[in-house]
Design a protein around this ligand. Structure first.
Ligand SMILES: [Zn+2]
Length: 242
């Protein structure tokens, strides 16, 4: 049941067709992991918090640096040098005290990933490197947890939703390793992609609309174009194949 305060806070989204108080209660019960509290993680977590997702677990091992501030809107000037998860938890709680924020200071790796995602309903890929994305994709499939991929570069971004056992996964689409590097990016790009990821999370939990599955959405901010690439589940995929 929603409280009177929750009915008031979420009044305008409860009005959305197919959403209703049922949808809001589903959000309240939902547990979502945001892997990374950088540009994508900032946008996704802020909008999931204000939408009323009950539990948000945000994972990051970094501290806030000056060069983060052009895009990582969870953090500001006064946070430089702080742990990102502390800064993130503080901002998200300030936006919505009704959300339980679990701030986890760990580097996601093969040893801890299963423990970190256990019991959660959905994983948001807000990482900045391909090896960790693959790891998240793999564990999402193994644990049967839907996974919302997002990536940015400069003024370009990509997003895709993966439903384990049903749709193409990240590994079906990308092969090989892109070396880790410092890459160009401006805040508006992860804002767009992070909000698309948050939209997918909300739709999945509430059970409305059509998910971004078997389609890779490519955003080109320079030319302001959204393109969709149809993708197929690869039966020989090393993550989701048999
Ligand atoms: Zn696959």
């Amino acid at each position: 049941m929603l409280t009177l305060e929750e009915r008031g806070r979420y009044d305008r989204q409860i009005m959305i067709k197919g959403f209703g108080e049922d949808g809001q209660e589903k959000l309240k019960r939902a547990k979502v992991i945001i892997a990374g509290s950088g540009g994508l993680g900032s946008a996704a977590s802020i909008y999931l918090a204000v939408a009323g997702v009950g539990t948000i677990r945000i994972i990051d091992h970094d501290r806030v640096e000056l060069s983060n501030l052009n895009r990582q809107i969870l953090h500001g000037d006064n946070d430089i040098g702080r742990k990102k998860i502390d800064s993130a938890a503080e901002k998200l709680s300030r936006l919505n005290q009704g959300v339980k924020v679990e701030a986890i200071e760990e580097t996601i790796n093969e040893d801890n990933i299963s423990r970190l995602v256990a019991g959660f309903d959905l994983i948001v890929d807000a990482m900045d490197n391909l090896p960790t994305r693959y790891l998240l994709n793999k564990v999402a499939i193994e644990k049967n947890i839907p996974f919302v991929h997002g990536a940015v570069y400069g003024l370009e971004g990509r997003a895709m939703t993966i439903i384990p056992g049903k749709t193409a996964c990240l590994r079906c689409v990308y092969r090989g390793l892109i070396p880790q590097e410092k890459f160009p990016v401006i805040g508006v790009t992860p804002a767009v992609i992070g909000c698309i990821q948050a939209t997918e999370v909300i739709k999945y939990i509430v059970g409305i609309g059509k998910l971004l599955t078997n389609r890779l959405l490519v955003y080109d901010g320079l030319n302001m174009k959204f393109t969709e690439l149809a993708v197929k589940k690869d039966p020989n995929c090393e993550h989701c194949g048999h």
